[in-house]
Design a binder for this molecule. Sequence first.
Ligand code: SAM
Length: 178
Amino acid sequence: MPRVVILRLGHRPERDKRITTHVGLTARALGAEGMLLASNDKGIKNAIEDVADRWGGSFYVENDVNWKSEIEKWKEEGGKVCHLSMYGINLPDATEDIKGCEKLMIVVGAEKVPTEIYDMADWNVAVGNQPHSEVAAVALTMDRIAQNEPLRQEFTDAELTIIPTEYGKRVIDNKSKE
Ligand code: SAM
């Protein structure tokens, strides 16, 4: 799977907190390295990085980025950009192409995205051509482009680790073992 960074556009602090947090947590759980937030909401960064501190890995959030310069910089460094939009080409028709790149920025909107994004993207990809959710769109895309099973990855330096169990909850507190 390519290295993946999410670019979250159009986040409105007064109404998108929960869904933007879920975009970040879902991307992290499926193997993305970080999320760039093109709005100013430090609470999102704090909430997601707090989860990453407890559950491991090194997922980061950059708050209040300029989306255009981030896309330009990413492309200058050889990265590719996949904008998720229900108007794009359907994911099954783009998966093989996307899998071949080394660095991938996945762009998701909230409110209407600037039309320039459609031209700047290497791929405008629909996760099915029906309206749904940015969380689902990120999850399905990351699952489809993964080389290895993304649900089996391990997170390093976790304070808490879940032991999968058929019934109930088993959680190891790694700090208490130190
Ligand atoms: N109302 C907004 C508009 O008209 O552009 C879209 C809202 S939608 C819930 C928010 C984001 O979810 C979109 O910008 C897109 O990134 C993602 N999304 C929703 N449905 C999608 C689909 N079928 N395929 C890919 N992305 C999708």
